[in-house]
Design a protein around this ligand. Structure first.
Ligand SMILES: *[C@@H]1O[C@H](CO)[C@@H](O)[C@H](O)[C@H]1NC(C)=O
Ligand SMILES: *[C@@H]1O[C@H](CO)[C@@H](O)[C@H](O)[C@H]1NC(C)=O
Ligand SMILES: *[C@@H]1O[C@H](CO)[C@@H](O)[C@H](O)[C@H]1NC(C)=O
Ligand SMILES: *[C@@H]1O[C@H](CO)[C@@H](O)[C@H](O)[C@H]1NC(C)=O
Ligand SMILES: *[C@@H]1O[C@H](CO)[C@@H](O)[C@H](O)[C@H]1NC(C)=O
Ligand SMILES: *[C@@H]1O[C@H](CO)[C@@H](O)[C@H](O)[C@H]1NC(C)=O
Length: 431
């Protein structure tokens, strides 16, 4: 079953039907594959369930992914266009370095402003993502802004979405300086406009995407368990959805926190709620429900936006975690085979792939543009791009041996996350 040897061009009614049938077959295959390695539990002391690149399961998974998801539109594209998985590749040296810096971009938040905070090395700035089978052109802000005239773009999710939005704003602002036109009370959701292009960009803080009651301050200290309504979406983004031409939606790490799960305003269970007589449902249960709800909303909405589902961003804490001395001191990217995704990130990632694959078939039928923005693997290869101790201003100025908390999750700006813009642009340009 080789899609490329039989491109559907032009799509006749018959061919469309046979396409749907093939899609269904792939679905079944995919389901089978998933079952092959879905026997994990949420007990992380359990043995690893890494899938090695050479295993038949992975090949099948890759095949499915390539056919059904990121390249599904290739099927109705020009045959002459070479097939390419943008998300498979390596980091190669980039002597020209970043297009902006801490002096030329006002949108970088202090905790990610590694230059200003005194990070002494700069090698991490000189790499770019290079897909295996094709060339990824450099982001062209003029061309991109031209394409975005009078359009509205939303980043919906947690602090990684904000991190990405800032990289996006910094890159585009080298051509036309964005102006902030809105912020919420907590300065977590914001909107900007690029005046010369009337291009609007919004960041919407919605770490769970579903309706959540969070009892946590900015330092992550909580006074009570989070309450998640797994059958209700967060109106912060759904109420604005009809404005959006493009949306990059992402969830992830917040689902690992202690939470009580509600449906129909009734407690269903919880995650990590010791001392409560409730059923442990696992964070993957909640994440799956949330993504399913999000994607159903996108499918059923009469407003058609172009939606990207961004996959989980792996962290690079070593010898501990956030709160117990974890560090990230590597100074070069990993090469393929030098790193494995953690068990937790793999679970989140697989939920994403499964929910995406379920939705993308529906998207085709309903004429919704839904794409997987699969940055997990390429991000996993960049342990060198995090602020580490330089989330604070000059952490070692007073004491060379000061004990500081590291950030091995977010990305320095400029930094590896700038490559995501190259990818976004390439996907849109090839549409
Ligand atoms: C940018 O970073 C450099 C150090 O790399 C520093 O000297 C400079 O003051 C920073 N600029 C701003 C505006 O923070
Ligand atoms: C600017 O763009 C928005 C959509 O994002 C549109 O509603 C509005 O009419 C545009 N304004 C002008 C002056 O074209
Ligand atoms: C939701 O709860 C109400 C009562 O609170 C009940 O009448 C209704 O049947 C429930 N719906 C579902 C789908 O469980
Ligand atoms: C926990 O809940 C179950 C069923 O809801 C109940 O039978 C059991 O007695 C409860 N245990 C405690 C210690 O409250
Ligand atoms: C929304 O779409 C999904 C398929 O994507 C469907 O299963 C579901 O029933 C729909 N829900 C509503 C409320 O229309
Ligand atoms: C990745 O996992 C495999 C299988 O568990 C193991 O053989 C390999 O050494 C691991 N690689 C790294 C870099 O940890």
């Amino acid at each position: 079953m080789n899609w490329d040897s039989n491109p559907l061009k032009p799509i006749s009614f018959y061919k469309q039907n046979s396409f749907v049938i093939k899609l269904l077959i792939l679905f079944l295959l995919f389901g089978l594959t998933i079952r092959l390695f879905s026997s994990y539990s949420v007990d992380f002391s359990s043995p690893v369930f890494e899938i090695q690149p050479s295993s038949p399961e992975t090949d099948l998974l890759t095949f499915d992914k390539g056919s059904l998801t990121s390249n599904s539109t290739n099927l109705i594209r020009d045959e002459a266009k070479p097939k390419c998985d943008l998300f498979k590749g390596e980091w190669i040296p980039n002597p020209s370095g970043p297009v902006y810096n801490n002096n030329s971009c006002p949108f970088i938040e202090l905790p990610q402003n590694c230059m200003t905070n005194g990070r002494p090395d700069s090698d991490y700035l000189y790499w770019r993502w290079s897909p295996l089978d094709c060339k990824l052109p450099k982001f062209n802000p003029e061309k991109f802004l031209d394409l975005m005239r009078n359009k509205y773009w939303a980043f919906i999710g947690d602090s990684i979405s904000r991190n990405h939005a800032q990289s996006f704003l910094c890159t585009l602002s080298q051509v036309d300086q964005a102006k902030e036109i809105y912020h919420d009370e907590e300065y977590k959701s914001k909107t900007w406009v690029f005046p010369l292009y009337n291009f609007t960009v919004a960041v919407i803080w919605s770490p769970y995407l579903v309706k959540a009651e969070i009892f946590e301050d900015d330092d992550g200290v909580s006074t009570s368990e989070t309450i998640l309504h797994l059958d209700k979406l967060d109106e912060k983004w759904t109420s604005r959805y009809n404005n959006f031409d493009y949306a990059i939606i992402a969830g992830g790490k917040w689902f690992l926190k202690t939470a009580i799960y509600f449906e129909n305003n009734t407690i269903q269970g919880c995650h990590y709620c010791h001392g409560r007589n409730l059923t442990e449902l696992g964070f993957d249960h909640a994440y799956r429900k949330a993504l399913e709800l999000v994607l159903n909303f996108v499918m059923n909405s009469s407003h058609k936006a172009q939606v990207f589902l961004r996959t989980i961003t792996p962290d690079h804490f070593e010898n501990g975690e956030w709160h117990n001395g974890g560090t990230c001191n590597r100074r070069v990217p990993f090469k393929e085979g030098e790193v494995n995704i953690t068990d937790i990130d793999r679970i989140l990632y697989e939920v994403e792939l499964q929910e995406f694959d379920k939705a993308v078939g529906v998207a085709l039928v309903k004429g919704v543009s839904l794409k997987l923005f699969d940055t997990t693997r390429l991000s996993l290869l960049r342990p060198d791009g995090h602020p580490g101790p330089y989330r604070q201003s000059h952490p070692f100025a007073k004491d060379k041996n000061a004990k500081v908390q590291f950030d091995c999750l977010h990305w320095c700006l400029p930094g590896p996350i700038d490559s995501w813009n190259d990818l976004v642009m390439d996907i849109l340009m090839n549409d």
